[in-house]
Design a protein around this ligand. Structure first.
Ligand SMILES: *Cc1c(COP(=O)(O)O)cnc(C)c1O
Length: 383
């Protein structure tokens, strides 16, 4: 029997015009970094985000977070708070700066940073002699964090927020776009994100001055002189004009992709609607609008199967699914970092699974997913 074709968790989905922009760059021989596609892509993002804040296109989302920390003055010996339940790209830039990540647990509603544990962490770090330099707030799987509560704590202690909106392009909180809510906002266009440039990122900056600094640091910190003159250490983090061409094409289909991804979430809500032991992550109220980059479920502790049982059953049919992010405080390389909170993120990792969520899944593929999941639930007596 031949293996059924693979259904991916989240795969690149080109809109059709990307090659036109690349071809144009070739035609005018604008292959070097900078150029009209970079400016055009930045303007497209800014206008999509409906914000006055300027956008700087960079090589990756990780680079965007890094340059935010550089500009907030994070340096050797400093501390930066970040939610533990995330991808390593959120916290590695803290280490690049020689600073220490202080990890904080999630709350169970949005799965993002818990405002109570956040305040506990800030108070304790201050008591121990160091006030954290920044808070990295993540909107995981596209779900905005408890923005008001987190912002209130940050304001109380006057600590700037860097939003990691790598997974949340197009998500909004009270009508405002994720990425525009903090001092800086990082976006990612990596291969599996809601739009992709093959690899890329952007930093939403609070004003023109911050954007200019971001571009300065992203292009090796070259001072204004006819020769190469340097008074700062820079990075080679700027997006290239070719890559930005893909981005311009992708911006034309972003709204459609969000519609498809939200459709996938509705599909899973429906599939599991009578299954008490499975919960699909959903928006807590009308203040929240998630792009539903990935649809994720949790399996109750009382269920007669685990998320791993379901993952393996899907894998048998060549359907990719993946456990939720393994919290950073559980990672061998980060096990000695300070951590504040309880077991919310550990529990999510134990019980959670991301299901195929791509904007390019066909009706036939969705039927295969539904069939396999229903078969699995039947074999465990849930249907
Ligand atoms: C993808 C991602 C990043 C990093 O983005 P890259 O473009 O891959 O460097 C950071 N944080 C989160 C939560 C992500 O999902």
């Amino acid at each position: 029997m031949s293996q059924p074709s693979k259904i991916w968790l989240s795969s690149p989905h080109m809109g059709g015009t990307e090659l036109d922009y690349i071809k144009e760059a070739f035609d005018i021989n604008w292959i070097a970094p900078l150029g009209p596609n970079v400016n055009g892509f930045e303007e497209d993002i800014q206008s999509f985000l409906n914000t006055k804040k300027p956008v700087a296109a960079l090589s990756t989302g990780t680079a965007a977070i890094h340059l935010a920390l550089v500009q907030l003055g994070v340096t050797h010996g400093d501390e930066v708070i970040c939610q533990s339940f995330t991808f390593c790209g959120s916290i590695n830039p803290i280490i690049y700066q020689g600073a220490t990540p202080v990890l904080v647990d999630s709350e169970p509603v949005t799965w993002n940073i818990c405002p109570k544990s956040l305040e506990t962490a800030i108070k304790d770090r201050i008591a121990k002699g160091k006030k954290p330099k920044a808070i990295i707030a993540v909107h995981l799987y596209g779900m905005p964090c408890l923005v008001d509560e987190v912002t209130e704590v940050a304001k109380k202690y006057e600590i700037p927020i860097v939003e990691d909106a790598a997974e949340a392009l197009g998500s909004t909180y009270k009508g405002q776009n994720c990425g525009t809510l903090g001092e800086f906002g990082a976006l990612s266009f990596n291969g599996n994100k809601i739009i992709t440039t093959s690899g890329g990122g952007a930093l939403v900056c609070k004003d023109a001055d911050a954007k200019q600094k971001t571009v300065f640091y992203a292009t090796q910190a070259r001072d204004d002189a006819p020769h190469y003159e340097h008074t700062h250490i820079g990075f080679n983090y700027r997006m290239s004009n070719i890559v930005a061409g893909i981005g311009r094409g992708q911006m034309q289909v972003l709204a459609k992709h969000i519609g498809y991804r939200r459709g996938m979430n509705a599909f899973y809500q429906d599939l599991f609607k009578n299954i008490e032991v499975v919960k699909v992550l959903s928006e807590p109220n009308e203040d929240y609008f998630s792009n539903h980059w990935l649809s994720a479920i949790t399996v109750s502790k009382e269920a007669n199967f685990t998320r791993e049982d379901l993952r393996l059953a899907l894998w048998e049919d060549n359907i990719e699914s993946r456990p939720l992010w393994k919290p950073m405080h559980m990672q061998p390389v980060f096990k000695d970092l300070p951590y504040y909170g309880g077991k919310v993120s550990e529990d999510l990792f134990d019980r959670g699974l991301c299901l195929p969520s791509g904007s390019n899944l066909t009706e036939e593929e969705k039927e295969r997913i539904a069939y396999k999941i229903n078969e699995f639930l039947k074999s465990h007596g849930h249907i």
